[in-house]
Design a protein around this ligand. Structure first.
Ligand code: ZN
Ligand code: ZN
Length: 283
């Protein structure tokens, strides 16, 4: 398995690649701009060129772009829905421009709509985006914890969206361990891991999983609490991650850490833990 972390682009795109390299990452994830705003500064051509050159020079990949926080592709209100799809289109375009391998999107919140309506809105939005923006960057839907009216807590809901989109060569799934555990999939045991992978297998096939988000969970099983913590220090624990990271169905994938970054050494520690576990080391 290849491993990476989410790195900041606060000091520019080329510096983000350097940060990933300095941490010893194989791969990395970024936002394409300020994640807390709707407006993004235009990408500078020389930054993009230098970014792509450094990615090649260092042999890093896959390169992952995560959607910012505000857009909701399932939004109930027409205005917010339109604004969200426009913003996601722009961010997907930015991911294509920097030649990212994957673009990761949370399927959003349904509000008062019934789930089918919300799932259908997400699917129609993604089709519109992919039609408007050609590119090799694969559009991945991420499973959510299922807090409040979030859609996509159950894998079968994501399967419904992907089936409606019906564009398998440009779409896929990003599986987040914290979200899955909070949504009720017990990743502490082989039975629980078998259950979630069999659900994927029977709905859209294991090959639709393109990326893993590796986060331990602060909340209990089924708590719907989307709170990430360091690998081995949460409720999934070292034993659970040991099983997950050595599962032969997952070992060809890449795992991106989205664990807390309070101290400079946090990422280094978490990378060391997942690499030890993936190598079959002490749990
Ligand atoms: Zn995630
Ligand atoms: Zn999360």
């Amino acid at each position: 398995m290849r491993f990476g972390v989410h790195v900041s682009i606060g000091k520019g795109l080329p510096r983000a690649v350097q940060a990933a390299k300095d941490l010893g990452c194989d791969a990395f994830q970024i936002f394409s701009g300020n994640p807390r705003g709707w407006q993004k500064k235009p990408l500078a051509a020389e930054d993009v060129a230098l970014f792509r050159q450094k990615v090649l020079d260092y042999g890093l990949g896959p390169v992952v772009v995560h959607l910012s926080y505000l857009p909701n592709p399932a939004a109930e209100e027409d205005e917010l829905y339109a604004k969200s799809i426009k913003a996601i289109t722009e961010e997907y375009q930015r991911a294509v421009t920097i030649d990212a391998d994957y673009f990761v999107v949370h399927p959003g919140k349904a509000g008062k709509q019934d789930r089918e309506t919300a799932l259908d809105k997400v699917a129609r939005g993604v089709v519109k985006i992919l039609t408007q923006v050609p590119g090799r960057t694969r559009f991945l839907l991420e499973n959510q914890a299922g807090a409040g009216t979030e859609v996509g807590g159950r894998l079968s809901q994501l399967a419904d969206i992907l089936k409606t989109i019906a564009w398998p060569e440009r779409t896929g799934l990003c599986l987040d361990t914290c979200h899955a555990f909070a949504a009720g999939y017990d990743l502490r045991t082989q039975e629980g891991i078998d259950q979630i992978l069999m659900e994927v297998e029977s709905t859209f096939g294991l090959e639709s999983i393109h990326l893993l988000h590796l986060n331990d969970a602060l909340g209990e099983l089924g708590s719907k609490l989307d709170r990430h913590t360091h690998i081995g220090q949460g409720k999934i624990g070292l034993a659970g991650f040991g099983l997950f990271l050595t599962d032969p169905r997952l070992t060809s994938l890449t795992g991106i850490l989205e664990t807390p970054q309070k101290k400079p050494e946090d990422d280094l520690k978490n990378l060391a833990v997942v690499r030890r576990l993936a190598a079959g080391g002490e749990r």
